[in-house]
Design a protein around this ligand. Structure first.
Ligand code: XMP
Ligand code: MG
Length: 183
């Protein structure tokens, strides 16, 4: 679904489907160059990173496997609860592997610092992060993100996997929502 199909629900389109796709292709090339002949485990953070990981891995030429984690940091709304809980753990071991966490968006950085701490304790050979979107540093300055799609303003965004109360994930553009959606 495109932003135009949503009419008055959309306040502003920040990135079009085409711009997002172009950036994913660039990041995939960068990742390929960095990993060369090493096999990388892409760890997607459900549900938001589904689109990013699916597109990223298809633009990569490196050998890869994928695994998924689900954590809760936000409730149904737009504010972080500050508490991170594992809802679904990885299916396989990452010991000795080259792991790349794939995140949809980094806001406070709480989710990511929890994930980094948790996954690094499993002794991967390397552990890096790719985030499709990143908001201005709150706590984010303390977490090292090697690959960033776009730095965006401190506004709630939807689309390309990002949701508001479970909706708008299938929007292919990335946009902010009109105030009436929240009321
Ligand atoms: P923290 O604050 O821990 O949050 O970095 C990261 C997680 O919060 C969600 N999040 C958003 N989801 N639009 C969304 O749809 C947003 O603007 C947004 N900001 C944060 C998201 O699940 C992310 O993994
Ligand atoms: Mg998420």
């Amino acid at each position: 679904m495109r932003a135009a199909d949503l009419g008055s629900d959309i306040k502003e389109v920040l990135y079009t489907e085409e711009q997002v796709h172009q950036r994913v292709v660039e990041l995939a090339a960068q990742i390929d160059a960095d990993y060369q002949d090493r096999e990388v485990v892409l760890v997607g953070v459900l549900n938001g990173a589904v689109m990013t990981l699916a597109d990223l891995c298809r633009s990569m030429n490196s050998h890869m496997t994928m695994d998924w984690m689900a954590v809760s940091s936000y409730g149904v709304g737009t504010t972080s609860s500050g508490v991170v809980r594992i809802l679904k753990d990885l299916s396989g071991s990452i010991e000795g592997k080259d792991v790349l966490i794939v995140e949809d968006i980094i806001d406070t950085g709480l989710t990511l610092s929890y994930l980094l701490q948790n996954l690094s304790s499993r002794d991967p050979n390397s552990l890096e992060v790719m985030a499709m979107f990143r908001k201005p540093p709150a706590l984010t300055s303390s977490v090292d993100v090697k690959y960033v799609g776009f730095d965006i303003p401190n506004e709630f965004v939807v689309g390309y996997g990002l949701d508001y109360a479970g909706h708008y994930r299938n929007l292919t553009d990335v946009a902010t929502l009109a105030p009436h959606v929240y009321s």
